[in-house]
Design a binder for this molecule. Sequence first.
Ligand SMILES: NC(=O)c1ccc[n+]([C@@H]2O[C@H](COP(=O)([O-])OP(=O)(O)OC[C@H]3O[C@@H](n4cnc5c(N)ncnc54)[C@H](OP(=O)(O)O)[C@@H]3O)[C@@H](O)[C@H]2O)c1
Length: 273
Amino acid sequence: MATIVNEQAYAEGQSELKGRVALVTGGTRGIGAAISRALAAHGATVAAGYGSNRERAEKLQTELSRDGIAMSIHQSDVGSAEECRRTIGEVIERHGRLDILVNNAGITADRTVLKMSDEDWHKVLAVNLSGAFFTAQAALAHMVERGSGRVVNISSIIGQTGNIGQVNYSASKSGLFGLTMSLAKEAAFALKRAGKLSPHGANITVNAVAPGFIETEMLESVPEKVLDGIRAQVPLDRLGRPEEVARVVRFLAADASSYITGQVWAVNGGMEM
Ligand SMILES: NC(=O)c1ccc[n+]([C@@H]2O[C@H](COP(=O)([O-])OP(=O)(O)OC[C@H]3O[C@@H](n4cnc5c(N)ncnc54)[C@H](OP(=O)(O)O)[C@@H]3O)[C@@H](O)[C@H]2O)c1
């Protein structure tokens, strides 16, 4: 029966996410915008979150509407638990359901350990790690009730390797691995306890994607000389593109990816292996 689910999904091709509603936090520029586009292109109704840059959010909305795709935009600070819960409620009220959550919003505040302020530590952990937790916590209740869902947490290669000047960022991104595995186990357990874990269904899966160095505005503050050094460490000899990360998220978001949970998917040109 599971094979039938897969075959159906392949046959559906471009519409494999049709009828699904996805929230992509930080979904209005960079990697998040590529994820929003990819999910929408495969049939999902997309709600894109953003922090403060409304202009960029509206720009993406206009761009997608030219292709006949309606996307809603939602301002919120994922560094606040209250705002995470409010956003999940807002998306469900607006679209009637939530099937796919992509925790993508993230920030950096780079300093070496000895120079790192309390504020730089706390704000990066609040947005990158606590934000993913509080958003997923609010989404999970709804997903368990529906009996299906997909959560994808955007981590980073820096969570796997560490990096000078990024102790806060690295800790937040490593933290997402533990969050992903525990949430994957709890989601399956909660479904089972509710009598909704089905051998033939989409169920609830939780995975992480760990991009390497990807060409977005996040890298604008990195000096060109440092970027050259990074490229030299990548077997494929270049930085990644946001679309290359989005492709994996879209794959994991599909109903047919129903036997993959608690995993980390690296998209790094072979930089870490
Ligand atoms: N670029 C890379 O090389 C790379 C590598 C590995 C992992 N990643 C991860 O991939 C994700 C996306 O990175 P990116 O390079 O696309 O970043 P980006 O271009 O800087 O975009 C960040 C997005 O997150 C939103 N955001 C930031 N702080 C927020 C907050 N407090 N509340 C709500 N939204 C907030 C931003 O909204 P506004 O537009 O309103 O500011 C924006 O939409 C991040 O989690 C990052 O850590 C990136």
